[in-house]
Each structure stands twice: as C-alpha cells, then as structure tokens.
Design a protein around this ligand. Structure first.
Ligand code: AMP
Length: 406
C-alpha cells in the first residue's frame, strides 16, 4: 500500500482528536425519501467504528445528489439533505449522529466544540457549496478548520479533486486512507500491477469511445481481453461485417482495427462474441432471435451476447487465476437481453469458488451481480464505477494522491 492508512495510526494519534472523514453516502432514495440501498453507509462503518473505538471525534463529510445553482441559497433543497442518511447511520452505529444544517460556519463549529470522544457528527451535503467541486482553497480551509486530522474513505469520489477530497489535505496532517479505500486499492491495483496469471478482463457497456483508454491500458496488462456490450459492433463493422441497426461509432472504426492489431502484437487473446441476440427494435418486448455474428439481418440490432458466446467466454475464463469485469454484456435493463450479462455473473461466482480472484469494477456490472444475487460470491466489488475505471486506466486518483505516503 503506497499510502498511509488508518491502520498506521495508533490510539494516541486518534484519541480526543477531531477527525474529518470523507465518506461516500450518496445513497439512492425512493419517491418518499426512504433509502433503498444502504450499502455505501455500511461500507464506511469499519472506518467510523475504528475511530470511535479509539476515542476519536468523528466528523463525516459527504456529497449527496447533484444540487445545482450558483450559490448556497440556490442549491439548498430538502431532497438533497443528508437527514435520512444521519438517521440510518445512527441506527447502524447504535449511537446518536448529530447533523447540522450546513458543513461550515458558526453553528457547525459550536456543534463540533460540543462533541465528546467517540461522538459522531455528519456535516450537511458539501455540494450545497459550489466551492466544493471547484476545490476552492478558502472553502477547503474552512472545512479543515474544524478538524485535527483527515481520513479519506470515499473511493467513489477519489477520482475528483474536490475541496473535501483533495483541498483539505493541504491543511490537515496526517491525511490518510480509510479501510474502504485501502481495500479498493489492494484489490484493483494488485489485480493489474501484480496479478495472479492468467489475468482476464471483461469489458462491456455501450460505447467504445468511453472505454478506449481502459482497453488500451489493459492490453499492456492482461492475458485475455473479452469484449461484450454495444461496443462489439464497432469492431465487427471494422472487420467488414454487417451489423444491421446495432450501435456503431463510425468515428472509431479505425481505432477498433488498431486495437485488434495491438492485441496481436502484445500476444493478448482478444475475444469477441461469436453470436448475438438481435431485436427488431430497442424495446423490452421487442421480437428477438439469436444469430451468428456473420448473419445479423438488416434492420435488426444486437442487444445481448448469445449462448455460444457465453460458452466461448466461459472456456476462456476457466483457465484464468484473476478476472476483472467492467460493463454489461447487453442491454441488461431489459430482462429479455439480460441473459448474457447474468450468465457472466454466474460464471464469475463459480470461478470464485474454485479460487479465481474475481473483481467487479463498479457501475452496471455491480448492479448485474446484485440482481442475480451473487454479489457476496465475488472476491471484490468496487464501490466506485468512475474511480475504479480510472484506476484500471492507470490514472492517478487525486483524492488518493493527496494522502500522506506510507
Ligand atoms: P457503460 O456505462 O458504458 O458501462 O454502458 C452501460 C450501458 O450499456 C447499459 O445501460 C446497457 O444497456 C448498454 N448496452 C449494453 N449492450 C448494449 C447494446 N448491445 N446496445 C446498446 N446498448 C448496450
């Protein structure tokens, strides 16, 4: 682990100290404002409980939703308040959680001053201040002024240089990683820098354009690269096949060809689906049939990988010691076209049982493994879609780079 973590701090570093902890409590709510999935709150509990057990005064900061507007007054709205999160956190911790109506200012300072060792306070949504996303130094200084040290445990926003993820580290020492970020780095970074081989990556999703960097980076790291989702049709068209009405990015045809050439040069096994499920239109009830990729009919569009492709993918994965998966194999939001994605989810669950390290790199692939009920059977499920993709792309995450080195 290249960065200092909470595990490197002793009780005396924490006891009686005010600890600013950046968490990702951006949980989904239903129409009535009830939390529908508290995974992100639970994911932060080990860090919070370690700090309270060591006598720290825990000051939590998070964003919540996307408030818009030029200033605080324009951005404040009840639906973006962290009130339901504070209530749920209090239940999970079994202790009160104080939540002021802002994240800086006199009232916050008074509430922090009233904290005892082991207390927990949740600041109001940091994105009520436009200065948060602008990483404005004065706002970061004000946030930092209420604390003695800093812990970042918000992996999902670690790829953003915001005041509460990067700016505050200029004013707080030490600044360390929490347990969640530590675990994310251990799995994701190890998986590509120091993997158990053979290493396979499965990349899906809609567009080549959004996954080019990750595909290019992975070609330097992996032994096998399996591609599914909407982007396969750009590869097929580049090979001269007919793709009907399937999603194609014509600007990326030559790039798709180059990626195939690069894979050959690197000795990477680039595996594309052999059959696809095509639909007569983009609809959950569309007419559908499975065809060989050489026989996609005019006027039809590919919305999932077919059963033969699943077998091909399974055979390729069966010899691998580590697998990273990012992006669905088809339009899995429609049950009819979720079969390929769900089959890959089950395949990875089975592989985990036989000792393969399986890593689900955030976003829609996480939703897919959760939908089929195999989430707890994977080695690691990333809590950050964008952040995990950027890490796999080899990018430096500013929220992590800013922490003290180990
Ligand atoms: P991404 O955000 O790039 O990972 O893309 C996820 C989206 O890709 C999901 O909403 C899927 O519905 C979509 N997708 C997957 N396969 C296809 C396909 N064959 N055609 C169109 N969209 C697709």
């Amino acid at each position: 682990m290249p960065k200092k973590t909470l595990a490197n701090l002793s009780s005396s570093d924490i006891s009686g100290k005010r600890v600013l902890v950046r968490v990702d409590f951006n949980v989904p709510l239903d129409q009535k404002g009830n939390i529908t999935d508290d995974t992100r709150i639970r994911a932060a509990l080990p860090t919070i409980q370690d700090l309270t057990a060591k006598g720290g005064r825990v000051i939590l900061a998070s964003h919540f939703g996307r408030p818009k507007g030029d200033d605080f007054a324009a951005r404040v709205a009840d639906k973006f308040r962290l009130t339901p999160v504070a209530a749920r956190l209090s239940e999970l911790l079994g202790q009160p959680v104080v939540k002021p109506d802002d994240c800086i200012g006199a009232d916050v300072e008074a509430k922090v001053a009233a904290m005892a060792d082991g207390d927990v306070l949740l600041l109001e949504n940091v994105r009520f201040h436009p200065e948060e996303e602008k990483n404005a130094p004065e706002f970061a200084r004000q946030l930092a002024a209420i604390a003695d040290l800093y812990v970042n445990d918000a992996f999902g926003t670690a790829h953003r240089a915001h005041a509460s993820t990067e700016g505050v580290t200029r004013y707080l020492q030490p600044s360390v990683a929490g347990f969640l970020i530590e675990k994310e780095l251990q799995y994701l970074q190890n998986a590509i820098e120091n993997p158990q081989r053979p290493l396979a990556a499965i990349i899906g999703g809609s567009k080549v354009s959004s996954k080019i960097t990750v595909i290019e980076t992975l070609l330097d790291k992996v032994d096998k690269l399996l591609i599914g989702g909407g982007m396969i049709f750009t590869f097929y068209k580049a090979r001269g096949l007919s793709v009907g009405k399937s999603l194609v990015e014509d600007d990326y045809l030559s790039l798709a060809q180059k990626l195939e050439v690069k894979a050959k040069e690197k000795g990477v096994d680039l595996i594309l689906p052999t059959d696809v499920v095509v639909a007569d239109n983009f609809d959950k009830d569309a007419d559908a049939k499975t065809v060989d990729i050489r026989n996609i009919p005019d006027g039809w569009m590919g919305l999932d990988i077919g059963p033969d492709s699943v077998k091909t993918f399974q055979a390729a994965l069966s010899t691998c010691k580590s697998v990273i998966w990012n992006g669905p194999m088809g339009v899995f939001e429609f049950d009819k076209f979720a079969v390929g994605t769900e089959a890959i989810a089950h395949t990875l669950a089975d592989l985990t049982k036989t000792g393969t390290i399986t890593i689900i790199g955030g976003g829609d692939s996480v939703a897919a493994v959760e939908k089929v009920g195999v989430a707890d059977q994977m080695s690691h499920i990333s809590t950050g879609g964008g952040a995990s993709l950027e890490l796999l792309e080899g990018k430096v995450l500013p929220g992590i780079a800013a922490l003290n080195d180990a």
